[in-house]
Design a protein around this ligand. Structure first.
Ligand SMILES: Cc1cc2nc3c(=O)[nH]c(=O)nc-3n(C[C@H](O)[C@H](O)[C@H](O)COP(=O)(O)OP(=O)(O)OC[C@H]3O[C@@H](n4cnc5c(N)ncnc54)[C@H](O)[C@@H]3O)c2cc1C
Length: 379
């Protein structure tokens, strides 16, 4: 039986960031680290189906993990991009308020300060016109530390660094069962292409469940894990439409979110190639289906036209969708990231991450630091 000190389940941006962090801080002691991934490559689910926005950390409740890890993670991410030459742009974001939305915008500005985001600037209608002449609003907030990143290049770099520091990456390897031992776990997997599949077993002292939308399913495979420690999952789909041709905007353009901040509203984001896209909406779903419903277009045009009255519906083309691993359902309030260790579930050597929705990409390096600390407390 192969033995690893750490086995990480799921190679989305979170599993990759954790693998790299553990490997590079641990080069000297040569921990054996295994990163298991069900798909043929890394980041094929939520980590490649998002807005690729580096968030500033404005909206989340004070002292929440989302607020803390977003603010820390954003600067770690900008530093990482500079150091490893990952394409990014700190292009700034406009939150555009219509007249009746100004009180909500004011409370957002206050929340930002509580979270340690001190660089927001108020824009009058006139100053907004100067930087974004196509945007219609009574006033706006400008966030200079919001930006965009080439998330694929980021993940490639995380994996390269992890592998060159000794991490074993096993794609097409799906965890099927996790048996507890006196110390650690035996992890049973199915690996290989359909038609030529085999089974593989390995031992691991420590187990990290970063399986995103499947984190609950993986948790349920762990022998003796109290079921009550597994939070319910409420998948929420978000769809994007691309806006063909030259972008009318230079910055990220967001409407004011609804008062409960369940989603940030249909916003306009740019990617590194300059392509403008609008989305995502938030729609609770029962199954994983990334197909886009073209009928959404009408709703999108209606919603976008509040802040972009010049929108040309013909230029709006179906693009892609992603699914958030939310921990609260319709009508329920805010849920934070959940990172569980023995204190929560009673099993030593097990760390589980649930509900890593937005701003998970921004927060990934800060989450990895936190998980690494928990790992070294347990080794
Ligand atoms: C619509 C949308 C927009 C978003 N926009 C932003 C944004 O602009 N900025 C931001 O910071 N964040 C954003 N996010 C959040 C961000 O994308 C996620 O927080 C992040 O990608 C989560 O990464 P992950 O590694 O936890 O999950 P995933 O990327 O889903 O990775 C989990 C991996 O586990 C693997 N797996 C599952 N089960 C098993 C098994 N049994 N065995 C082996 N492997 C398994 C899966 O194949 C998958 O690759 C957005 C999310 C969505 C849905």
């Amino acid at each position: 039986l192969d033995h690893f000190e750490v086995c990480i389940i799921g190679a989305g941006v979170i599993g990759l960031a954790i693998a790299r962090k553990l490997a590079i801080i641990n080069k000297a002691t040569q921990l054996q680290i295994l990163l298991l991934e069900n798909e043929s490559g890394f980041g094929q689910h939520t980590s490649s189906r998002n807005s690729e926005v580096i968030h500033a950390g404005i909206y989340y409740p004070q002292d929440s993990l989302k607020a803390r890890f977003c603010v820390q993670g954003r600067e770690l991410l900008y530093d990482f991009c500079r150091e490893y030459e990952i394409p990014y742009r700190r292009l700034g974001k406009v939150i555009a308020a219509q007249r009746d939305e100004q009180p909500v915008l004011e409370s957002i500005a206050q929340q930002a300060v509580l979270n340690g985001v001190y660089d927001l600037e108020w824009l009058s209608q006139r100053s907004l016109q100067k930087i974004e002449p196509k945007v219609n609003a009574a006033c706006a907030l400008f966030s200079p530390s919001s930006g965009i990143i080439d998330s694929h290049a980021f993940m490639v770099s995380l994996l390269q660094q992890a592998e060159s520091a000794g991490v074993v990456f096993a794609p097409r390897t799906r965890v099927l069962k996790i048996v507890r031992q006196e110390i650690g776990f035996v992890v049973e997997c199915q690996y290989g292409m359909p038609g030529s599949q085999g089974t593989y077993q390995c031992g691991s002292s420590l187990l990290i469940n970063s399986a995103g939308l499947w984190a609950q399913e993986v948790a349920a495979l762990i022998e003796e894990l109290p079921v009550s420690s597994i939070p319910p999952l409420f998948p929420s789909k978000g769809s994007y439409f691309a806006y063909s041709g030259k972008s009318p905007f230079q910055h990220l353009i967001y409407p004011v979110p609804d008062a409960g901040i369940r989603s940030l509203g249909i916003h306009g984001t740019l990617d590194m190639s300059g392509q403008l896209k609008f989305g995502p909406n938030a729609e609770y779903v029962n199954s994983l289906d990334y197909r886009l419903n073209p009928k959404l277009k009408e709703q999108y045009v209606e919603s976008i036209s509040h802040y972009f009255p010049g929108i040309c519906a013909e230029r709006l083309l179906p693009a892609y969708a992603g699914v958030r691993p939310k921990l609260t359902g319709p009508g329920q309030g805010f849920a934070d990231f959940m990172i569980q260790d023995r204190q929560q579930h009673g099993i030593s050597g097990l760390i589980q991450l649930f509900g890593i929705e937005s701003p998970g990409l921004t927060a990934s390096l800060a989450i990895a630091d936190d998980v690494a600390q928990k790992v070294f407390q347990q080794l």
